[in-house]
Design a binder for this molecule. Structure first.
Ligand SMILES: Nc1nc2c(c(=O)[nH]1)N[C@@H](CN(C=O)c1ccc(C(=O)N[C@@H](CCC(=O)O)C(=O)O)cc1)CN2
Ligand SMILES: [Mg+2]
Length: 302
């Protein structure tokens, strides 16, 4: 048997960036058609609390993506030290605004704010991030349909489907159990009839579990956690982790890495998403899709 390290790459790269571009241009044409037919465009409201650099970048990218797709966007920026009531007031204002079809609160919030309490006041009909507890409950329950599927999990699923990966009956392992990625992706994969295991910080021998998986979705936020020895030959690997690590040779002094040892994974897996350029761009593309769907629902536009 050839040692894993000596094997040539067999995996293909799942290009999330180009898939996201294609989706964004489809959304732009739909928005244009909507405007021509009924004189309305979708509207997205984004609430940013505090001064985290990464959150500021994501929000800026969301607003730019809206602009490019012809979606109207509005933003409320609140300081780090604001009160819970200030955030709730911003949410309630956008809930009431008929030109806004999607409202999101950029996460994470500063420590002193109660995330659950704030997400709870989002209008269910405008919760384009899909984080409202009722939306999440509907995603979890059989026979119920959530109005919105959270953007990153929806993006992961779209990448699997577009890459021709069969999900039904396959063994899937999700690494991480966060409310915004691990939990909803595990529910979504179950909905698509995969047999799903969840690996988390307390799991004993996680590599034994991942080695059995046909599909691995990892959202641990631990750089290079997933080595080739964790993977089954021919598996599909979706890397949601994005961690900045120091890199003096890069323009900004850091670069982004995922949870997966990318080069190693390509030698064992049949397909792998890169970081950057994999799941990340899909998150924003899915947000545009959810906002468009929300506006279509409001106006009864097919
Ligand atoms: N309210 C929300 N908060 C957060 C979400 C979310 O979906 N809703 N997800 C993440 C952050 N996020 C969007 O908000 C996000 C993360 C990453 C990317 C992305 O495109 N990443 C690129 C790299 C970008 C870079 O160079 O900095 C990539 O992976 O290629 C988009 C959106 C947490 N918070
Ligand atoms: Mg808190």
């Amino acid at each position: 048997m050839i040692p894993r390290q000596a094997r040539k790459s067999i995996g293909t790269v799942i290009n999330g960036k180009s898939i996201a571009e294609e989706i964004r241009s489809r959304v732009a044409s739909e928005v244009k058609r909507m405007k021509e037919c009924i004189g309305k465009v979708p509207g997205l409201a984004v609430i940013l609390v505090g001064d985290r650099r990464d959150s500021q970048t994501y929000v800026r990218n969301k607003i730019k993506a809206c602009e490019e797709a012809g979606i109207k966007s509005v933003m409320a920026e609140l300081p780090n030290y604001c009160a819970e009531d200030d955030v709730m007031t911003a949410v309630l204002k956008f809930n009431e605004d008929p030109s806004v079809h999607g409202v999101l609160v950029q996460l994470p919030l500063p420590e002193h704010l109660d995330e659950e309490k704030i997400l709870n006041v989002l209008s269910l009909e405008k919760d384009v991030d899909g984080f409202h507890p009722v939306n999440m409950g509907n995603l979890a329950m059989r026979g119920r349909e959530p109005l919105f599927i959270p953007c990153t999990p929806k993006g992961c699923l779209e990448l699997l489907i577009r890459s021709g990966v069969e999900i039904a009956g396959k063994k899937a392992v999700v690494i991480g159990r966060s409310n915004i990625v691990g939990l909803p992706i595990s529910l979504l994969l179950q909905r698509h009839h995969a047999t799903v295991s969840i690996v988390h910080a307390c799991t004993k021998n996680p590599e034994q579990i991942t080695r059995e998986a046909d599909i691995v979705v990892t959202a641990a936020g631990v750089p290079n956690l997933i080595r080739s020895s964790w993977l089954k030959q021919g598996s599909v690997v979706i890397d949601v982790g994005t961690c900045p690590i120091e890199d003096p040779s890069s323009e900004f002094g850091y670069r982004l890495v995922g949870d997966v040892c990318y080069e190693e994974a390509l030698r064992v897996a049949s397909a792998v998403t890169p970081v950057p350029g994999g799941v990340g761009p899909m998150t924003i593309a899915m947000l545009l899709c959810n906002t468009l769907d929300s506006a279509k629902r409001v106006y009864g536009f097919a």
